[in-house]
Design a binder for this molecule. Structure first.
Ligand code: PHE
Ligand code: FE
Length: 299
């Protein structure tokens, strides 16, 4: 039978420390669920239970509801096919397995077509508290639940289309857009009726930052401002110095709807802002004390 034009094409098998993995032209791999060890499932259970306890009253209500609605449970690593059976009818998104980080354009193309790449392997027990690269726990527990939210689902697809465009414009545009992803999708906070809540995947998948982002006096918490964010450098190896707060996913969607081309041109004339700086023009929810901040450079 004819393959759909977007269907990944298997090109080779690669060997990893988890065994042989089929690799497709788009970087897509099988989840190979049967290959997970008891230790892998136990790692998922440990992380899942710890985070869910921490996130009640800290994560956005929408995130927690969506995670329940998808049927993610601690007892075993979810099968992508089972999650897709819930996710696809809800918002048209589908999970695909990947080996790890993808080339930028491939990543954007997947998002634009409502395919979310999920790293198939889970961290080792000695990496429970911290791992540098995204693994299955970060991707699945952190990113996937909000794809059930229709507005956030549209935002992610629009981001993918915007990524393809920024890639064509050039590296500075791409850097501006990457900062937006970082300060929303990965490290965003949202203002709910009962106070600030987390929706960023990089936070919800980290026990330390789940507490730090909301309760520490060290970081700044500043109202969402598109161009300000696109100028702001960030941290990759420490907690963020600044978190940006949205009022709603609708606000995020509306603010990012305009054509970014003239914005990129304008930003090219402006200097970047260090990760911890507070500006006169900022809406400040909390001015950080800066306690414990690294003094070496931001990305
Ligand atoms: N509106 C942006 C553009 O024209 C695309 C975009 C949408 C980027 C949503 C991020 C999020 O480039
Ligand atoms: Fe991520």
């Amino acid at each position: 039978s004819a393959q759909a034009p977007t269907a990944p094409r298997r090109v080779e098998n690669i060997h990893t420390d988890k065994g042989k993995v089929p690799v497709y032209a788009t970087g897509v791999v099988d989840q190979n669920w049967a290959g997970y060890t008891d230790e892998d499932h136990a790692t998922w259970a440990t992380l899942f239970e710890r985070q869910r306890k921490l996130l009640v009253g800290r994560a956005s209500g929408e995130f927690l509801r969506a995670q329940d609605a998808m049927g993610m449970t601690p007892d075993r690593i979810p099968k992508y096919d089972d999650l897709n059976a819930v996710l696809e009818p809800a918002t048209g998104w589908r999970l695909i397995g990947v080996e790890g980080l993808l080339p930028e354009l491939d990543f954007f193309d997947h998002l634009a077509n409502r395919r979310f790449p999920v790293t198939w392997w889970i961290r080792r027990p000695d990496q429970i508290d911290y791992i540098e690269e995204p693994d299955l726990f970060h991707d699945l527990f952190g990113h996937v639940p909000l794809l059930m939210n229709p507005v956030f689902a549209d935002y992610m697809a629009a981001y993918g289309r915007g990524g393809v465009k920024a890639h064509a414009i050039g590296p500075d545009a791409l850097q501006n857009l990457t900062r937006l992803y970082w300060y929303t999708v990965e490290f965003g906070l949202i203002r709910e009726a009962d106070g600030l809540r987390i929706y960023g995947s990089g936070i919800v998948s980290s026990s330390g930052e789940s507490v730090h982002s909301l309760e520490s006096a060290a970081p700044n918490r500043i109202g969402f401002d598109l161009e300000r964010i696109m100028r702001t450098r960030y941290r990759i190896d420490t907690y963020q110095k600044t978190y940006f707060v949205i009022d709603s996913f609708e606000q995020l969607m509306a603010a990012t709807d305009p054509d970014f081309t003239p914005i990129y041109a304008r930003l090219a004339e402006q200097s970047s802002i260090p990760a911890g700086t507070v500006l006169e023009s900022d809406t400040v929810f909390q001015r950080g004390t800066g306690e414990g901040w690294a003094t070496d450079g931001d990305v």
